[in-house]
Design a protein. Structure first.
Length: 367
């Protein structure tokens, strides 16, 4: 029987897995795990903001289905993606006598998913892993595709792996308790999906911005599933980012990641940095004659309707430049830029003059 909450199926080198989004999924988590053949015990990793109610609700839902579930709570925030916390989780798992057949379950946002997935990919040389994302950004982007990592002081995600989960099980209802800023930064990733691959989705964001910011159940679930399907399709085509397809998902990320690391993850949430980055890249695309000013303006209007920043005033350009040089997508010392050719169509360029990049950074960082 097909799961009515199914958004997509990711096909990868080791098999496939379902990507699910629905209302009240956490309450039905035990049934979902039984369907996946996961008998337990399982080890939930969550953060201090998500533990109550969603981490605990997930634990209770699993226990109602006879699945033993233990919880490890990490501090909230990007700085938790570090080796020290990873080691603490390893030692916790050893203390509980975790085995290779037992699953690690990430209940939370992208930070929880990245750290839990990194631990799952390395503990006992790999244990099963399930994503239960509770933030918008994690649902539509970070939980899908198997990228797991911890940070180094120099930059994000420099140590990690491609390690696909057994399933992504998203409860859209969890978004109704998020603050407006958290919702906005998550919608940035979904807007990005439309801008690079689905012009019709961009139309939906224009027409239903207010309803989406209020997480009205029907339209929000529909858009989240549609965005998830875009990400799942890209991952299925280019699992390890070797064919020039998956890199398209990095639209806005070169500048966005640099802003995050430059400000020590304290000023820009991920989607906020991506929003500024998308505006920078769109501006360069217009200067190169790839897109019209109308497209640049349309993108800016949509981002602003979702309360997203389009500039990073006051951030030192030299700091952004240094952070960009450490980007994982750098090839032969040159940044690869994902750029629009039209709404819903993107390409990768590696021939952007540095003078243009510098001019764009000046534009983004001055009023």
């Amino acid at each position: 029987m097909v799961d009515p909450d199914l958004a997509a199926v990711v096909e990868h080198s080791g098999g496939s897995y379902p990507v699910v989004a629905g209302w009240g999924v956490i309450e039905r988590l035990g049934d979902k795990f039984v369907d996946l053949g996961i008998a337990g015990p399982v080890y939930i990793i969550t953060d201090e903001n998500v533990m109550h109610p969603y981490g605990r609700a997930a634990q209770w839902a699993l226990q109602r289905s006879g699945i033993a579930a233990h919880c490890f709570i990490i501090p909230a925030g990007e700085t938790s993606k570090n080796f020290g916390l990873a080691q603490a989780i390893y030692e916790w798992l050893v203390g509980l006598k975790a085995e290779r057949g037992h699953a690690i379950v990430a209940v939370g946002g992208g930070v929880v998913g990245d750290l839990a997935g990194f631990v799952a990919s390395t503990f006992l040389r790999g244990v099963p892993f399930v994503q239960v994302p509770t933030s918008m950004a994690a649902m539509v982007d970070a939980s899908i595709g198997g990228k797991v990592a911890v940070n180094l002081p120099q930059a994000k995600n420099l140590v990690g792996a491609f390690y696909q989960p057994k399933a992504v099980l998203a409860d859209v209802q969890a978004l109704s308790t998020l603050g407006k800023r958290e919702l906005s930064e998550g919608w940035a990733e979904a807007i990005k999906h439309g801008l690079i691959l689905d012009s019709g989705l961009v139309d939906v964001f224009e027409e239903h911005a207010e309803a989406l910011m209020e997480i009205e159940p029907e339209i929000s679930t529909e858009v989240i599933r549609r965005s998830m399907a875009i990400k799942a399709n890209v991952v299925s085509q280019d699992e390890r980012e070797t064919l020039g397809i998956r890199i398209l998902l990095n639209y806005g990320h070169t500048i966005g990641h640099a802003l995050e690391s430059t400000t020590e993850y304290g000023q820009f949430m991920h989607g906020e940095g991506v929003s500024v980055g998308m505006m920078g890249v769109a501006r360069m695309g217009q200067e190169l004659g790839m897109i019209s000013q109308d497209i640049v303006d349309r993108q800016q209007r949509i981002l602003e309707r979702f309360n997203l920043p389009t500039k990073a005033i006051g951030i030192p350009i030299e700091d952004i430049r240094l952070a960009m040089s450490l980007d994982k997508k750098v090839q032969s010392g040159t940044n690869r830029w994902v750029m629009l050719e039209d709404v819903g169509k993107a390409v990768v360029r590696q021939d952007i003059p540095w003078e243009m990049v510098e001019d764009t950074l000046k534009f983004l960082t001055t009023s």
